[in-house]
Ligand binder design. Structure first.
Ligand SMILES: Nc1ncnc2c1ncn2[C@@H]1O[C@H](COP(=O)(O)OP(=O)(O)OP(=O)(O)O)[C@@H](O)[C@H]1O
Ligand SMILES: [Zn+2]
Ligand SMILES: [Zn+2]
Length: 818
């Protein structure tokens, strides 16, 4: 007797464990890990869906186990390695089983999946087959459309057919395709081909010698195989009635064929291969040589414009040569046509693209192309890390420092960690790339966990742009209250006169309601945490998100006495209006969340930028990275302070990254670029080192501060948030939770653990839910113990907290704690 461990789709946390079922004899040789099943569940034995994560030969139980009712899939949907990855995610990020497997399973609510078998005829006759195999081929020959696997099995009734089909598929004789039943209608079109009953001579005999067009059509189909109906009509200048006539005489067949929903609809020109520069070549060589011997994890630290993408492309090419698949992750906002074109322009049909704007049907199509081996590489945002490749050889994470690699929804995974784990499970290479690596990543590289590869020059040997720092406090003291400094104004003017393009950048990430002085640059910060305090309207006070300390809003600057102390905030719209006023003849475009929500508008703006129809492009993060426009020689950063003063320990790092990335858009062509950086804090180390474009100096200062104030990579941060509509319950649960965790972790030295809270979350109430949180800083060596305690308290509820209408949200190393 065999047993299956099944994860069922039930939300309640007490049921968050796999259930064991007996596998009846009829299923014993069919059921595989990674397939979905129907199982009886609960007291009423309701039939529900589940997912098999493990099959065991032995199981001891005190009571009779229930039996699996039915199997839903013909083939495993998920590989063993991806099941392992799912289980790892569950433990690592303290998520539920179902949440952990959600991103790994095919997209959408996959109620019914049908498997089809089709014959790849070209090969069928050339290989020696045994009788059973021949009967399958014969059967498929009689059915020209892809055949439902279940029907094939029923019709043929061959014992143990699965391994035979697998072998035929591996030999490339048949293809197996899967299809999901969705609400999205399948798009089909009419195709034609010669009737297989006749060879071409017989076909022409039937047509006779008089019908010239019909002869032409038959010959065309003989040479080209099948053809799309409308294309045939246009191409041969014939009519539908002529084709219908041929069908009537049984010479040809007309049939429906599914139109693949392409993720990319435009034609894409070939992207020319560059000869690698010496630096590029060294990195490329090192990765291929050291892989499997010394290290399989690499960090490419390469300045902006150093040609990291070309290295990625050539690595992928090497993989394809070896028959291996590749995953290339880029941040969602870098999934521009420019990036996609580079990959599709080099690898064409082999590329799958996954991003969040795809419809559900399109997403499934991409998943299917990967699963069935039609796509060999995927270029995509975060979730593409779970692409179901069979033979993964390489994972590339470009711009690895980007926020989007941390998932803010369940499961709250960190893509880099997941990629590391997946590379270990599948013996693949991991390549991280950035001009401004995450502090944590660089720290790992310093410790030898990643092999560090450096690119110090731009691919075209152009120098990095010159950065001009403007102290906005001085502007104010000169009576200039505008958002443009005199220097930036003059530079823009000059650039316009030279017919060059300008990018004006303004950061608007999340919260920016810190309070600062425009005369001296003073920012109200928490004395315990060295982090900007945030204004809370409900209590009319400033509060620190890390320790909960509050204070009144000052009306005069505590540092210089000026009354120009207020909330900081400029919008892109305001910048646009001002720019139009100052430069009435310039062609100005704005790119931010508001202007690009329409599908395609983003592409349009980039297209206009490329063709030179825009003189000044104003934008937010969207324009900060990945863009490669040779005619942009000037970049203006309106206010570096918005990121510098985010209530987040990462704000210096974020500022350094942003300035470097945005500056990197300038001077990518033949002429040197220039950057004007406006700030109220020119002395800040992050601004200072950004100006010098010196990552190493920045890293050294930052890592020292992280150690001193106890932030990652020296500790882990775990956020436990309790939310619910009843404020009293929420406060009660968070308090009990705090007490229990503290008590249970008594054996961890206070020096190694720090509790902050319970405090109201910075966003105290969202959608009628009150939110309170505890933040735990825990030293790396004690992380596993602490996670275990949290799991027992918050997930398994071993301490019987009364969780009426109250829920937990746990985030391990959260991106922000808002
Ligand atoms: N070996 C090469 N020879 C000539 N040009 C190259 C070479 N490699 C890359 N390039 C060109 O250099 C430019 C910059 O390359 P790419 O955009 O890949 O840089 P990057 O390192 O990704 O920069 P960023 O981090 O700023 O996005 C591109 O226009 C690319 O076509
Ligand atoms: Zn002041
Ligand atoms: Zn504080």
């Amino acid at each position: 007797m065999k047993y299956a461990e099944v994860v069922v789709d039930r939300k309640a946390s007490v049921l968050d464990r796999p259930f064991t079922y007996e596998i009846g004899y009829q299923f014993e040789n069919i059921l595989k890990e990674g397939m979905r099943v129907i199982v009886p569940f609960g007291n009423g034995n309701k039939a529900i869906k589940g997912f098999v994560i493990k099959i065991e030969d032995d199981f001891t139980s005190n009571f009779k186990l229930k039996e699996i009712i039915d199997i839903l899939d013909d083939k495993p949907l998920v590989s063993k390695e991806l099941i392992q990855l799912g289980l790892w995610i569950k433990e690592e990020y303290l998520s539920s089983y179902m949440d952990a497997f959600q991103p790994i399973l095919p997209p959408g609510d996959f109620k019914e999946i049908n498997t089809f078998v089709e014959l790849f005829k070209t090969k069928a006759n050339t290989i020696n087959l045994n009788n059973v195999e021949k009967s399958i081929i014969e059967y498929l020959k009689d059915n020209h459309a892809p055949m439902l696997l279940s029907k094939l099995k029923e019709d043929l009734n061959i014992k143990n057919i699965n391994p035979i089909l697998n072998k035929l598929e591996e030999d490339g004789i048949i293809g197996v395709n899967i299809e999901i039943k969705t609400t999205v209608n399948k798009k089909t079109e009419k195709w034609v081909k010669l009737n297989e009953k006749y060879n071409i001579n017989e076909a022409l005999e039937i047509v006779g010698t008089r019908a010239k067009k019909q002869i032409e059509i038959a010959n065309h189909l003989y040479i080209n195989g099948e053809s799309q109906c409308t294309r045939l009509i246009e191409g041969l200048n014939t009519s539908l009635s002529t084709i219908k006539a041929l069908e009537k005489r049984n010479v040809i067949e007309i049939y429906d064929k599914e139109v693949e929903r392409n993720a990319v609809k435009r034609p894409i020109p070939y992207y020319k291969k560059h000869v690698l520069t010496k630096e590029q070549y060294n990195a490329f060589e090192c990765i291929l040589e050291e892989y499997d011997i010394k290290s399989n994890k690499f960090l490419i630290h390469g300045v902006t414009g150093s040609g990291k993408t070309e290295i990625y492309l050539q690595l992928v090419e090497e993989m394809l040569k070896k028959g291996k698949d590749a995953i290339i992750l880029v941040p969602e906002i870098s999934l521009t046509p420019q990036t996609i074109d580079r990959f599709m322009g080099r690898f064409g049909e082999k590329v799958a693209v996954i991003h969040s704007k795809l419809s559900y049907g399109e997403r499934f199509d991409q998943w299917r192309r990967i699963k069935t081996g039609k796509a060999k590489l995927v270029v995509g945002a975060r979730s593409a890390i779970f692409a179901p490749f069979k033979n993964l050889g390489l994972i590339i994470i470009d711009e690895e420092h980007e926020n989007t690699y941390k998932s803010s929804q369940n499961p709250k995974y960190d893509t880099i960690d997941v990629a590391e784990k997946r590379c270990d499970l599948e013996h693949a290479i991991l390549v991280l790339g950035s001009a401004t690596p995450l502090i944590e990543t660089y720290y790992k590289a310093q410790r030898g966990e990643y092999k560090l590869l450096e690119l110090k020059e731009r691919a075209n040997k152009q120098k990095l742009p010159e950065i001009l720092l403007v102290d906005m406090r001085e502007e104010l003291s000169f009576g200039n209250k505008s958002i443009f400094s005199r220097a930036l104004y003059n530079e823009i003017k000059g650039n316009l006169e030279n017919n060059r393009q300008t990018i004006l950048f303004l950061n608007r990430r999340g919260f920016s309601n810190f309070v600062s002085c425009r005369s001296c640059g003073y920012v109200v910060k928490c004395t315990n945490c060295d982090i900007s305090m945030t204004y809370h309207k409900s209590i009319d006070k400033l509060r620190c998100h890390y320790c909960g300390a509050t204070r009144d809003v000052p009306h005069v600057c505590p540092q210089c006495g000026s009354k120009y102390i207020k909330y900081f905030g400029v919008g892109t719209e305001q910048v646009e209006i001002t720019t139009k006023k100052l430069f009435p003849n310039a062609r100005i475009a704005r790119m931010d969340g508001d202007t690009t929500s329409l599908k395609g508008s983003y592409e349009n703006i980039l297209e206009d930028m490329k063709s030179g129809e825009i003189d000044i492009l104003i934008g937010t993060q969207m324009i900060s990275k990945g863009l490669d426009f040779p005619n942009v020689t000037l970049v203006g950063i309106i206010a570096a302070d918005t990121t510098l003063n985010l209530p987040d320990f990462r704000s210096p790092e974020k500022s350094f990254q942003l300035v470097t990335q945005v500056a990197g858009r300038a001077g990518r062509g033949d002429d040197l670029g220039k950057v004007v950086l406006q700030t109220y804090n020119p002395e800040h180390y992050s601004i200072e080192y950004a100006k010098l474009q010196d990552y190493n100096k920045f890293y050294k200062t930052e890592i020292m501060l992280r150690e001193e104030f106890l932030y990652p990579p020296f500790v882990n941060i775990i956020s436990i948030l309790v939310y619910g509509e009843d404020r009293y319950n929420v406060q009660h649960v968070i308090k009990s939770c705090y007490d229990i965790i503290k008590k249970e972790s008594f054996f961890i030295n206070d020096f190694n653990k720090h509790f902050i809270g319970p405090n109201p979350a910075p966003l105290e109430k969202i959608k009628n839910n009150y939110r309170w949180q505890i933040i735990i800083k825990i030293e790396n060596n004690h992380m596993e113990c602490m996670k275990n305690i949290i799991k027992r308290v918050c997930i398994l509820n071993e301490f019987n907290l009364k969780l009426d209408n109250v829920k937990f949200s746990i985030d391990v190393n959260p991106l922000t704690i808002l």
